[in-house]
Design a protein around this ligand. Structure first.
Ligand SMILES: Cc1cc2nc3c(=O)[nH]c(=O)nc-3n(C[C@H](O)[C@H](O)[C@H](O)COP(=O)(O)OP(=O)(O)OC[C@H]3O[C@@H](n4cnc5c(N)ncnc54)[C@H](O)[C@@H]3O)c2cc1C
Ligand SMILES: *[C@@H]1O[C@H](CO)[C@@H](O)[C@H](O)[C@H]1NC(C)=O
Ligand SMILES: *[C@@H]1O[C@H](CO)[C@@H](O)[C@H](O)[C@H]1NC(C)=O
Ligand SMILES: *[C@@H]1O[C@H](CO)[C@@H](O)[C@H](O)[C@H]1NC(C)=O
Ligand SMILES: *[C@@H]1O[C@H](CO)[C@@H](O)[C@H](O)[C@H]1NC(C)=O
Ligand SMILES: *[C@@H]1O[C@H](CO)[C@@H](O)[C@H](O)[C@H]1NC(C)=O
Length: 535
């Protein structure tokens, strides 16, 4: 192992110096030879390798490349699309042996493209075909493989039971591999916590190619992959998840208020009450630019998107009592099933009616809006009125094509889970979290710079209103601006610059687990967990 790793480090340095010269091509030939001769690999092996000369290479690469900001980035030497575990094992072993890095991709939604872009010669391990889902209604559990999307998971659960659900995110095409390993927020969060809070077992393949379940991997590693991001520790193959009970009827709404209709007043009230409402109600607030009713002048629009685990009558009463300023009416609301609510909230995201048949959730074509950059923040107290007014000026900047702020309320279950229960540390004391995104389709570097600079300056503007020392961030809304690793060895202290923002006091334990399970730091990227000792 020791020698293999020395050779590996050496090969990686050479590969770095001469990337995309004949030596890289040579490396990839050697990788292929190793892969094809890996013991116990099955017959299907010839159909899982895509080299750059294969006519399907580009379409396979693009299929789950969610953020088009990276479409011109450096490409992998090889894409492997495993069908069985031995294909994954062979990829891990042969990449190490021949000085290639791995980028593991499940759904491809990483904001910074870390599942399909690298600075060094690399292989994409694309798990899109590892996607079986088995629901056990009686025991209220399911096994879901990482290449299954959230949409497929939700649909499959709903086919088995109308009163079971899983608390995870909104967009149908998000992969369960990356999503659950980074936390996973959604409309059931105030009642049941994050997706990662509801994982009870997992299968992972480690750096030596061993397939481990919870018992075999031990509680430290099992802790780390539930919120610490999977990419630093190995390749996760599947999750065993706890399903949660939901009523057969839930209620959804999406009401829109524009600035001239006293939106500021409503927004202030939202900041005070959203985290204190009955935990069966999740009421998200989305802020974006809108065409105002007057003269087509730009204006601000606030959307209140909600799911309540109960019927409309009870919801109206709750809202009249706690948030009358919103002026919610019965006609704004739709009663549906939990799966209907998943279609509805997904519809808000993709701009559809939200009343389609649940089969829309099975669509495996990526929903792509273009190039984007996202960021995140956590707040302990409301943004004051003058802060909000400054924010309207940012949102009204017509030099950016589309921008949006999503405010997701905390409270409920989120307050009750300890900060160290899983690596996701941002729990009690926070009242809500903000997701910022800027989206553009314009081509060229100037457009990219303009949009990226805009969101960076907005982030700076928000500094006085949000958490500090360190400013908390969410790993699933990955942001390389908050700090990155070196190309080679990165010390724990250096990595702490970004690591403490994502993981707070859990970062040290993550580094300890990393040192134990991947001491030579094979599984690494711009924001992978560092080892505690230099090897
Ligand atoms: C349109 C859209 C909507 C979203 N909505 C939500 C939401 O509602 N709630 C929320 O919490 N988040 C949301 N996200 C963020 C999302 O949770 C993260 O981007 C998540 O990491 C995506 O997982 P993935 O498998 O699709 O991504 P990938 O890009 O495949 O992976 C993300 C990271 O995890 C690693 N990884 C992936 N699979 C594995 C594996 N099997 N083993 C080890 N490491 C692995 C990758 O290498 C990469 O570092 C959204 C993102 C987008 C683009
Ligand atoms: C491309 O790769 C796929 C998967 O390995 C294989 O099935 C196919 O035959 C290859 N096509 C060409 C033209 O080489
Ligand atoms: C439920 O789980 C138990 C133990 O975990 C297992 O023995 C049993 O087979 C499971 N039930 C079903 C219906 O699979
Ligand atoms: C806005 O608020 C003011 C004072 O609270 C009130 O008089 C006015 O009617 C409100 N306007 C709208 C459109 O709700
Ligand atoms: C506003 O309306 C105009 C004309 O209908 C349209 O071209 C423009 O894209 C709209 N802007 C926004 C921000 O919706
Ligand atoms: C699947 O989604 C894509 C992207 O949003 C869309 O273009 C396509 O029409 C959808 N297909 C079906 C069958 O709904």
């Amino acid at each position: 192992m020791k020698c293999l790793s020395c050779y590996y480090t050496f090969a990686a340095v050479i590969a770095l110096l001469f990337s995309f010269t004949p030596s890289a091509a040579d490396t990839h030939e050697k990788f292929l030879q190793c892969f094809y001769s890996y013991p116990h690999n099955t017959n299907s092996i010839s159909s899982v390798i895509y080299t750059q000369t294969n006519s399907s290479y580009s379409s396979v690469l693009d299929a789950t490349m969610q953020n088009l900001r990276f479409s011109d980035s450096r490409k992998p030497l090889v894409i492997v699309t495993p069908l069985v575990v031995s294909h994954i094992q062979a990829t891990i072993i042969c990449s190490q042996r021949h000085g290639l890095q791995i980028r593991t991709r499940s759904g491809g939604h990483d904001y910074e493209g870390l599942s399909y872009v690298a600075r060094v010669p690399f292989v994409i391990l694309d798990l899109l075909n590892i996607r079986e889902i088995k629901v056990d209604v009686k025991n209220r559990t399911a096994w879901v493989q990482v290449g299954a999307t959230l949409g497929e998971l939700y649909y499959t659960i709903s086919q088995a039971s109308k009163t079971l659900a899983f608390p995870a995110g909104v967009c149908y095409s998000v992969g369960t591999g990356g999503h659950i390993s980074g936390g996973g927020y959604g409309f059931l969060m105030r009642k049941y916590g994050l997706a990662a809070d509801n994982v009870i077992d997992a299968h992972i393949i480690d750096v030596n190619g061993n397939l481990l379940d919870r018992k075999a991997m031990g509680e430290d590693l099992f802790w780390a992959i539930r919120g610490g991001g999977g990419a630093s520790f190995g390749v996760i193959v599947s999750w065993k998840i706890k399903l949660v009970p939901v009523p057969s009827t839930v209620t959804v709404f999406n009401v829109e208020r524009i600035l001239e209709e006293n939106a500021t007043e409503i927004i202030q009230k939202w900041q005070q009450v959203a985290n204190k409402l009955d935990e069966r109600i999740f009421l998200r607030m989305d802020l974006a630019r809108a065409n105002s009713s007057q003269h087509g002048k730009l204006a601000l629009q606030a959307n209140f998107v909600s799911m309540f685990q109960g019927g409309v009558e009870e919801l109206i009463l709750l809202m009249q009592k706690n948030f009358p300023e919103l002026g919610l009416e019965r006609k704004d609301c739709t009663e549906t099933s939990w799966i209907g609510s998943a279609v509805f909230t997904n519809g808000v995201l993709i701009g559809s009616s939200g009343h389609e048949a649940p089969e829309v959730l099975l669509n495996r074509t990526q929903l792509r809006s273009g190039k984007y950059k996202g960021k995140s923040d956590y707040l302990r107290k409301p943004i004051p009125v003058d802060g909000l007014q400054g924010l309207w000026r940012w949102l009204n900047d017509d030099k950016v094509q589309y921008s949006q702020l999503q405010f997701a309320p905390y409270g409920g279950r989120m307050d009750k889970i300890s900060e160290s229960e899983i690596p996701f540390a941002h729990r009690s004391g926070y009242i809500f979290h903000i997701h910022y995104v800027v989206v553009w389709q314009e081509e060229g570097d100037e457009a990219t710079q303009r949009h990226v600079n805009w969101i960076r300056r907005l982030y700076k503007y928000m500094e006085p209103y949000v958490s500090n020392s360190p400013r908390a961030a969410y790993v699933n809304y990955r942001d390389l601006d908050i700090g990155v690793n070196n190309n080679g060895y990165t010390s724990y202290n250096q990595a702490s610059i970004w690591g403490l923002k994502y993981f707070s006091n859990n970062f040290k334990r993550l580094a300890t687990v990393k040192t134990k399970v991947d001491p030579h730091n094979f599984f690494r990227n711009e924001q992978s967990i560092p080892t505690l000792s230099k090897e």
